[in-house]
Structures are given as structure tokens and as C-alpha cells.
Design a protein around this ligand. Structure first.
Ligand code: C2E
Ligand code: SIN
Ligand code: SIN
Ligand code: SIN
Ligand code: FE
Ligand code: FE
Length: 362
């Protein structure tokens, strides 16, 4: 194989990794590059599934996801020993596991495998390349495969750690919103409905899946700053004085300061929602009198969800409005209090909104 082709593929590999796409897309492009690098037909990435004690294909060319016993085949051999294996004729090798060929109607001839090893030196999977197009897999191929496998390993390990971090942030956020509910006489149903209304708007705007899932987690946090507001103001049965309202107006900033964390997308979103949920499209809201797109998208979405829910709920200071009356106010405030495009998304989904309103009624 010529050196130019190897270099091209390696540069391509580096560029793909820097692009930081989602994990599955990234692994698929690394599998493509590895296959090209080794001049072969297919590349599969097997991951160990602890719960079921099997190896499954996270990525595989030309086949549906498959599961094999962790000790079967050349793949199983590499998984248990950590050894790179080069096989010239699979059907001449006693260890070969032909079930996959039977399933797919494909004929494996030559193959090469390398282990996936995490930073604690633990083997957690195998990368396999099948059918060299001309000639045999060489020791250079083995070295290139080990290089690919080290990229694949660190990408997977990072993804796995990020997953854990995100899970723990989600837990902290849920605990914090429970704390805020103890303080306020609002219920967990309120935060639940605000989360669902927000996700309905985000979905209808065709925003990314990740955004929709993150706003569902973080929308309940919008009033966490009320932790810093005296109970006697918060739960006052009647109308607030001007001074009392000035104190209420500090809750978005208090919440922002509690939540903001530069290193977490989730906590940044939660902080923006807290800071921006009382801003108004026409620039007359608080705390910063932000206008239009200067208000974060997540803040503009939650503003609609929160007001609609506040209106249709009973508060110490007001009775619950009917569904129709609340909807009318939202409509009237389009382009004034609320982003008109988002308001339209909200109003277009009246049926879903009504379902949520009925299902999570107090
Ligand atoms: P909240 O009760 O969760 O209300 C959120 C937002 O929903 C309000 O933000 C307002 O935009 C809208 N909203 C709620 N009730 C009504 C209403 O009867 N009519 C209209 N047009 N809009 C309504 P806002 O005004 O910035 O208030 C923020 C928070 O301040 C409220 O959160 C509540 O905790 C407190 N608050 C506001 N007004 C009063 C009041 O008169 N008495 C008491 N005790 N608290 C109040
Ligand atoms: C084997 O590892 O023995 C077979 C794996 C495959 O066909 O993909
Ligand atoms: C995985 O992502 O499934 C495994 C990652 C690891 O164990 O390091
Ligand atoms: C999180 O969002 O909390 C996980 C880490 C990140 O994506 O910033
Ligand atoms: Fe608020
Ligand atoms: Fe609220």
C-alpha cells in the first residue's frame, strides 16, 4: 500500500475526530477510514455489554447490529486475551465463529482484530476488519488497526464519562428544583407542566433532539432563585407592593448565580432559563430589559410555558384562569411579551397543550 494513501487517511482521521460530531456518526466515519486504510471490505466495532455478558456491534458495515457470546470467534479470542490476531483463511481457523456469516450470507475470508482498551487498561471491546481486497493483512495493517483502536477507545471512554457527568448534573438539578418547591407553594406538577409545554414548543420548532431533551430537564429550574426570596412575600395572599415586587425581581439573577457552570451545557442552559424567563420580546421585562434574540432561545420558550401555567394555576394571590382565557392572553401578547414565532408554535399545538393541562391538573 502506498504511503500517500496512508497519510491521507490518517489526516482524514484526525479531521473527523476534531469535528466532534455525535458519537455514532464519529465511530462510523472512523470505521470507514479504518476499512480504507487497511484496503478491506468491512469494519466492525464490538463493545462488551456487562449486563448481558455479550459482545455487540456498536458499528458494523453492511449488517444489522449483532450480538455474540463474549468468548466466541476470533473476536472473542481478542476480547479475552487482548491479542491482535491476523487470520488468512477464517474457515481454516478452529476458533472462527461462522454464525454471523450464516446470518448475513456473507463470506468471511481474511480478518484482523485488535482490542479496545480503556485508560485503566481494561479491555472493553474489539475492532475487527474483514476481507483484505488484495493480498493478505500485514504487520503494517496490524499497526494501523491498533492506532485506530486507540482513537476508538478514547472516544468511547470520553462519551461514557460525559454520559455519567450528565447523569449526575441531571440529578443535582432535580434535587435543586425539589428544594425550590418546598419553599414556594407551587407544586411539582407546575414544574412538570412547564417542562412539557417547553418541550412541545421546542419540538415544534424542529430543534435538535439534544436541545429538546435538555430543555425538558432544565425548564423546571426557572424559579430556583425564589429560594432567596422571603416566604412572606412569595406566599402573600394579595397584591405585592412596589418594593416587594422589586425583591421578587431579583429571583432570575439569584437563580443564574446558583446554576451557572461554564463546564456544563446543561447547567449553562438552566442558568440562562433562570436569568431570561421574565425578559420580554419588546424589551420591557427584567432583570436586563433584553430584547428579541438577545434573550436566549431557552429563556423565550420557558417564558411562554411559565406564564401559561401561572395563569391556569391557582396562586396565593390569584385564582386559576380557564384554559381558553389563558390561551387568549398568550395570543394577545405575541410580539409584545412573547417571541411571535414561538407563540405560533405554542398555539399550533393546542391539542397537546390541552392534554398536558388535563393530565397534570392539580
Ligand atoms: P408566578 O406566579 O409563577 O407568575 C409567573 C408569571 O406569570 C408572572 O411574572 C406574570 O408574567 C404571569 N402571571 C401570573 N399571574 C398573572 C395574572 O394574574 N395576570 C397576568 N397578566 N399575568 C400573570 P411576574 O409578574 O414577573 O411575577 C413573578 C413572580 O412574582 C410570580 O411568579 C409570583 O411568584 C410573584 N408575584 C407576582 N405578582 C404577585 C402578586 O400580586 N402577589 C404575590 N404574592 N406574588 C406575586
Ligand atoms: C469471528 O470473530 O470469528 C467472526 C466474526 C465475524 O464474522 O464478524
Ligand atoms: C462504553 O462506552 O460502552 C465503554 C467505555 C469504557 O468502559 O471505557
Ligand atoms: C452536561 O451537559 O452536564 C454534561 C457535560 C457537557 O456537555 O457540558
Ligand atoms: Fe419566575
Ligand atoms: Fe414558575
Amino acid at each position: 500500500m502506498d504511503i500517500q494513501k496512508i497519510l491521507n487517511n490518517l489526516f482524514h482521521l484526525g479531521r473527523e475526530i476534531l469535528k466532534q460530531k455525535d458519537i455514532q456518526t464519529l465511530l462510523l466515519s472512523i470505521a470507514d477510514i479504518t476499512r480504507n486504510l487497511l484496503n478491506a471490505d468491512r469494519c466492525s466495532i464490538f463493545i462488551y455489554d456487562k449486563e448481558n455478558d455479550v459482545l455487540y456491534t456498536k458499528v458494523a458495515h453492511g449488517i444489522d447490529p449483532i450480538v455474540i457470546p463474549k468468548d466466541k470467534g476470533i473476536v472473542g479470542f481478542t476480547f479475552s486475551t487482548g491479542e491482535v490476531q491476523i487470520v488468512f483463511d477464517a474457515y481454516e481457523d478452529r476458533r472462527f465463529f461462522p454464525e454471523i456469516d450464516k446470518l448475513t450470507g456473507y463470506t468471511t475470508k481474511s480478518l484482523i482484530t485488535a482490542p479496545l482498551i480503556d485508560s485503566h487498561n481494561k479491555i472493553f471491546g474489539v475492532v475487527e476488519v474483514i476481507n483484505k481486497q488484495t493480498g493478505f493483512f500485514s504487520s503494517l495493517d496490524a499497526e494501523l488497526l491498533v492506532l485506530s483502536s486507540s482513537y476508538i477507545s478514547s472516544i468511547l471512554e470520553n462519551a461514557f464519562l460525559n454520559e455519567l457527568i450528565k447523569e449526575s448534573h441531571t440529578k443535582v438539578i432535580l434535587k435543586l428544583s425539589t428544594a425550590a418547591e418546598f419553599k414556594d407553594e407551587e407544586t411539582s406538577l407546575h414544574t412538570k407542566r412547564v417542562a412539557i409545554y417547553s418541550s412541545i414548543i421546542a419540538e415544534s420548532m424542529n430543534l435538535e433532539k439534544e436541545f429538546v431533551s435538555n430543555i425538558t430537564i432544565t425548564a423546571p429550574m426557572h424559579d430556583v432563585g425564589k429560594i432567596g426570596i422571603p416566604d412572606k412575600i412569595l406566599n402573600k395572599p394579595g397584591k405585592l407592593t412596589k418594593d416587594e415586587f422589586e425583591i421578587i425581581k431579583t429571583h432570575p439573577t439569584i437563580g443564574f448565580n446558583i446554576l451557572f457552570d461554564e463546564n456544563s451545557d446543561l447547567l449553562k442552559m438552566a442558568a440562562n432559563i433562570s436569568k431570561d424567563h421574565h425578559e420580554k420580546w419588546n424589551g420591557t421585562g427584567y432583570p436586563d430589559k433584553l430584547e428579541k434574540d438577545n434573550i436566549s432561545l431557552e429563556g423565550r420558550i420557558v417564558a411562554i410555558a411559565d406564564v401559561f401555567d401561572a395563569l391556569t394555576s391557582k396562586r396565593p394571590y390569584k385564582a386559576a384562569w380557564t384554559f381558553e382565557r389563558a390561551l387568549t392572553l398568550i395570543k394577545e401578547e405575541s410580539g409584545k411579551h412573547f417571541d411571535p414565532e414561538l407563540t405560533e408554535c405554542f398555539l399550533n399545538n393546542e391539542n397537546k397543550i390541552r392534554d398536558t393541562y388535563e393530565t397534570y391538573k392539580e
